[in-house]
Design a binder for this molecule. Structure first.
Ligand code: COA
Length: 385
């Protein structure tokens, strides 16, 4: 296998983008990515496109063809990848494998979702849960994560205030990100006083319904070196699946797929949690950030909540988490999220993250998850100058 690097990134504004069709969002992210990389369209050989549900959200399938066409890449090899909210991470892994195998030199990994297009977003998202045993009985994604939150609170004593501190921290980071959907700071009181969605999770414990796209370009490390830029190498890639339904798991307070994917990524990278300088985790709900940090090995089980409230995961803290604002503040256009996480790591590792820059960041980890933990990817990136 060849060593592979990320050599450019592009990302649209995230939000309720009623005037931007799906294809335009994707084309904008690709154009920005290629400009950032300094690569011509004719050099791109292949694209892997993460998207969860354009058929339901937008009535548009056959996505790989239409999106590459409108991005000015007609004719290249292109494949759409679906793994619910982990579609972006899975697309990134596929692009990495294509370059690592030697089959292609310039491969795009993109992600896109347009969730505000008139469709019932709650229904569309629910198709990533177990239809027969969860959805038919009225459970939604906020409801599933509420069950995880209740179990975590019961087992570890996690409090509503500690959950709120995850949202406060991520909104503080998102306020520094011009692409974020909700770039405003909030307080604990805002979170605790917000309308309840699924107890104990209120409005500000939930990621929003978002439109947006992101793209990164992958190439062999030698190409990255020849471009004369910092080399952001993909050090580790882990991918795992688990049951979709929560009731099929031994412990509802845990999300084991994250640990499984992380083990594979850390083993391949030859590093551990202590060697990582910043993390983008899948905080689709505040409880998810805490559980994922514990499954990834950054904290002992039951310890992430107190560490968050003590500021350890904030910018300037011991291990900054979700410097982009995370899914909570930056937004969560589901298929785009996994690629947006890699884009954030790329900006941080190349020193281009502006006001949210982590000083001397050398290694970053991105964790992208499908549904309530039915699938997960973990990627570790390292920069050398
Ligand atoms: N964070 C912060 N503010 C939010 C928000 C969020 N997650 N969601 C909405 N808002 C704001 C809106 O901008 C709006 O403000 P305004 O009145 O000043 O314009 C207000 O809160 C109400 O928004 P609205 O869009 O009417 O909310 P909603 O009730 O339709 O949806 C949720 C709120 C939480 C139910 C919805 O965002 C949701 O389902 N989130 C979860 C998405 C999900 O499950 N993703 C997959 C994860 S696995």
């Amino acid at each position: 296998m060849r060593d592979v690097a990320v050599i450019g990134m592009g990302i649209t504004k995230f939000g309720e983008l009623w005037r931007s069709p799906l294809r335009d969002l994707h084309a904008e992210a690709v154009a920005d990515c290629l400009a950032d990389a300094g690569i011509e369209r004719r050099q791109v050989q292949s694209a892997w496109i993460g998207c969860m549900s354009s058929g339901l959200f937008n009535g548009q399938e056959h996505l790989a063809s239409i999106l590459t066409d409108y991005a000015g890449l007609a004719g290249i090899a292109a494949t759409r990848v679906e793994s619910a909210c982990a579609s972006g991470g899975a697309a990134f892994r596929a692009a990495w494998l294509e370059v690592a195998s030697g089959a292609s030199d310039y491969v795009l990994a993109t992600g896109v979702e347009k969730m505000n297009d008139g469709a019932d977003a709650t229904y569309c998202l629910s198709t990533a849960a177990d239809q027969e045993y969860e959805v038919y009985h009225g459970v939604t994604f906020p409801g599933l994560y509420a069950m995880i939150a209740k179990a975590h609170m019961h087992k570890w004593g996690t409090t509503r205030e500690q959950l709120a501190d995850v949202a406060v921290k991520n909104h503080r980071h998102g306020a520094l990100n011009p692409k974020a959907q909700f770039p405003q700071e909030i307080t604990r009181a805002t979170v605790l006083g917000a309308v309840m969605v699924a107890s104990p999770l209120g409005l500000f414990d939930c990621s929003p319904v978002s439109d947006g796209a992101a793209a990164v370009l992958l190439a062999p490390v030698e190409v990255a070196r020849a471009l004369g830029k910092p080399v952001v190498r993909i050090l580790g890639s882990g991918h795992a699946t688990d049951t979709i339904a929560l009731h099929d798991r031994a412990d509802v307070s845990r999300i084991p797929v994250v640990q499984a994917a992380a083990r594979r990524a850390f083993a391949m990278a030859g590093v551990g949690p202590r060697d990582i300088d910043l993390v983008e985790v899948h905080d689709c709900f505040t409880i998810a950030e805490l559980v994922c940090l514990e499954e990834l090995g950054f904290f002992e089980p039951g310890k992430a909540a107190a560490a968050t409230s003590a500021g350890e995961t904030a910018l300037g803290g011991r291990i900054p988490v979700n410097t982009s604002g995370g899914l909570k503040s930056k937004g969560h256009p589901v298929g785009a999220t996994g690629i947006a996480q890699i884009a954030e790591l790329y900006e941080q590792l190349t020193g281009k993250a502006g006001k949210r820059q982590v000083k001397d960041a050398r290694r970053g980890l991105a964790q992208n998850m499908g549904g309530s933990g039915g699938s997960c990817t973990v990627h570790i990136l390292e920069v050398s100058r």
